[in-house]
Ligand binder design. Structure first.
Ligand code: ZN
Length: 308
């Protein structure tokens, strides 16, 4: 296949290869288990994990998230059982305020886990590789609408937090629409005005976001929890369909590539569980992980997750 100018990502689902076995839920750990699977099914991630320096002391080993994750991966690969219990890793995580018997927010837990892993990898080259694997770099451009002053700022993000409603508060129907909405130039006016040094006052600005570097693994977070118009946080429940293969370039303002989805579950499984069919769970996909397709169309699976 010829190298394409598109930026395509494949959702982590589709290949039915014999991989690591699953994990038992040992006390409301289903959200944690989902995330562990997402990490463990990512070959680029496990390559990094397998290269870490082993902690020397027993106590150090017990407290090292990357080390415990590596042990778990080995167990999952070796087990003749249908699933394994992630007991040691769960105990390890309790040292870092990740308790058992608590329903976690998947997006928050993803960030917590990632940060723990990243901060505990002592080899700086490996830690850099981990960053490159997951981080999206976004350039934010601002133009003052009064004087035309321009400014730019780069920021790195582990997840893109995507809206479920457009700027007119209408529900978005597809992931592509949501991405498109996220990257649409927007007016910062009213209470969103910013101070302009040149004008010496608060002014309206036009804000544009552009992806300057796209990671091999793209994590998308659908903003399903809203506290607007209510003192209580509420879950936004409406279907938002997502494709197996995501053409990121269609959603972006400029020239970009292709990504794809990967996983041990088949794409049919994912659709049945979280996808765009008229099923209850179809409304609740929450965190989506896509794997970038390089010049060749690699059929790597996507992973979708939800929390209630
Ligand atoms: Zn100005």
């Amino acid at each position: 296949m010829k190298k394409t100018e598109h930026l395509r990502y494949l959702c982590s689902a589709g290949e039915s290869h014999k991989g690591p076995v699953g994990l038992y839920n040992i006390g409301q750990t289903c959200c944690l288990n989902c995330l562990l699977q997402v990490f463990i099914m990512n070959l680029n991630f496990t390559k990094i994990l397998k290269s870490i320096t082993m902690p020397r002391e027993l106590e150090e080993r017990k407290r090292s998230v990357p080390y415990q994750l590596l042990l778990l991966l080995e167990k999952m690969q070796d087990s003749r059982l249908r699933a394994v219990r992630p007991v040691e890793l769960v105990c390890c995580l309790q040292n870092y305020n990740v308790p058992l018997f608590v329903e976690h927010d998947a997006a928050q837990l993803f960030l917590t886990l990632w940060n723990l892993i990243q901060s505990q990898i002592t080899d700086s080259e490996l830690s850099e590789r981990l960053k490159t694997l997951y981080t999206v770099t976004i350039q934010e451009s601002l133009v003052c609408l009064d004087c035309d002053k321009k400014s730019h700022r780069d920021s790195s993000m582990l997840t893109l937090s995507l809206p479920l409603f457009d700027t007119d508060s209408q529900p978005l129907k597809t992931l592509e629409d949501s991405l498109h909405c996220f990257f649409q130039p927007r007016m910062l006016s009213g209470k969103n005005k910013c101070f302009c040094k040149k004008c010496g006052k608060m002014t309206s600005w036009q804000q544009t976001l552009k992806v300057t570097s796209s990671p091999p693994t793209l994590t998308l977070h659908l903003m399903r929890f809203s506290s607007e118009n209510s003192s209580k946080t509420q879950k936004v429940i409406h279907p938002l369909s997502f494709p197996q293969s995501l053409d990121f370039s269609k959603a972006l303002p400029a020239e970009q590539d292709w990504w794809d989805s990967e996983g041990q579950a088949t794409w049919e499984d994912i659709k049945r569980t979280y996808g765009n069919y008229y099923l209850y769970w179809g409304e609740t996909a929450y965190l989506l992980v896509y794997k970038k397709i390089e010049s060749q169309l690699v059929n790597s699976p996507a992973t979708s997750m939800m929390v209630r």
